[in-house]
Design a protein around this ligand. Structure first.
Ligand code: PEP
Ligand code: MN
Length: 357
């Protein structure tokens, strides 16, 4: 993967300083809605306009996109505002229509990215075409599937690739519409260091008020760009109304962002990093010690014919430790998750002891 000769996603005239912003409505609805929104966005300095022409909807019966009649509106946006235009493609027909209409950037949606046949079909339809393609993460948190989609496009000769992190579906919805699971795009960055990564706070948050904090988080994690849904009249939007913001609000949110310098590493930082290295070493030593004790308990249980798993003890540990963590200013949920992992490994170790002859 590292040997992929990925070129910058940047288009001529797009300032490479972070964040590169793509903005526009979830869906193109009418020529007026597209043009009004585009003009307002252009007046705020936005250089890349997004609008969904074909909309993948979870259930039938909703608004499934305006279809090809919306493509000339995108062309008009280009001509009248000078912005680049981007839309989602999910089939080879979408690709042909979008290319014919002069769309500048394509993106593959989260549902499509989860289907290797569909991604391959798009890749095949793009053979010999030099166009930037952004790939959203698949709806399920499967990094390999996401990377596989890049490999399919790259294999078709597409070199201007970029990723969009839009969060992952989950059954129990809490704060977010789609869980951010930041470690997945972070790992993607490690595996494909030259790939530009955009954050889509609109689809992660699902609510207007989450857009600003999510954008800041993405900037703090050194993402390259943002793709944000913006509509001239969000409440009247035909899709994703609750997460769209006006161009005015978008401008306000972008102006509030604190963009940290990603290149500077000061003396102070290297000093702190040394401390982290030392602490990690101590953590590993403690973990090794904990596993040793755990195996000794395994020996005891075996000699006394006791089962490995003692649920009341386990629940008690989780409760007590997460309370203890809370008093130390640690996130109790994080402590529980970490202890679950450690406990799982302890059980594995004890099973090994149990099965020794
Ligand atoms: C969209 O960008 O409007 C969209 C449909 O997003 P996703 O594929 O992330 O659900
Ligand atoms: Mn949307």
């Amino acid at each position: 993967m590292e040997q992929m000769d990925l070129q910058s996603i940047l288009l001529p005239g797009i300032d490479p300083k972070r964040p590169i912003v793509i903005a526009g409505p979830c869906s193109a609805e009418s020529e007026e809605q597209v043009m009004d929104t585009a003009r307002e966005l252009a007046s705020k300095g936005i250089k890349i306009f997004r609008a969904g022409i074909w909309k993948p909807r979870t259930k039938p019966g909703g608004f499934e996109g305006i279809g090809v009649i919306g493509l000339p509106w995108m062309k008009r946006v280009k001509e009248e505002t000078g912005m680049y235009v981007a839309t989602e493609v999910a089939t080879k027909d979408h690709v042909f229509e979008a290319l014919k209409a002069g769309i500048d950037i394509l993106w593959i949606g989260a549902r499509t990215a989860a289907n290797p046949f569909a991604v391959q079909e798009i890749a095949d339809a793009l053979k010999g075409v030099d166009i930037p393609v952004l790939i959203k993460n698949p709806v399920n948190p499967d990094l390999e599937l996401w990377i596989g989609a890049f490999q399919r496009l790259y294999g078709a000769g597409i070199k201007r690739l970029g990723a969009i992190h839009r969060g992952f579906s989950s059954y129990d919805k809490k704060i977010y519409r789609n869980l951010p699971l930041w470690h997945i795009p972070i790992e993607l960055r490690r595996r494909m260091p030259n790939l530009p990564i955009f954050c889509d706070p609109s689809h992660i948050g699902g609510k207007r008020e989450l857009i600003a904090p999510l954008c800041q988080q993405a900037m703090d994690l050194n993402f390259d760009g943002l793709i944000i849904e913006s509509h001239r009249d969000p409440d009247a939007a035909w899709s994703d109304a609750s997460q769209q913001i006006t161009p005015d609000v978008l401008d306000y949110v972008l102006n509030l962002l604190v963009i940290r310098d990603s290149t500077q590493t000061t003396e102070n930082l290297s000093e702190l990093r040394k401390q982290i290295d030392g602490i990690d070493e101590q953590l590993l030593e403690l973990l090794a010690k904990r596993m040793r004790v755990s195996r000794e308990i395994g020996v005891y249980k075996k000699e006394h014919n006791m089962p490995v798993l003692q649920s009341p003890r386990y629940s008690e540990i989780l409760e007590k430790r997460s309370n203890m963590g809370k008093q130390m200013d640690l996130n109790p949920e994080f402590i529980k998750e970490m202890l679950k992992e450690i406990h799982e490994e302890s059980v594995r170790q004890q099973m090994i002891v149990m099965n020794e002859k």
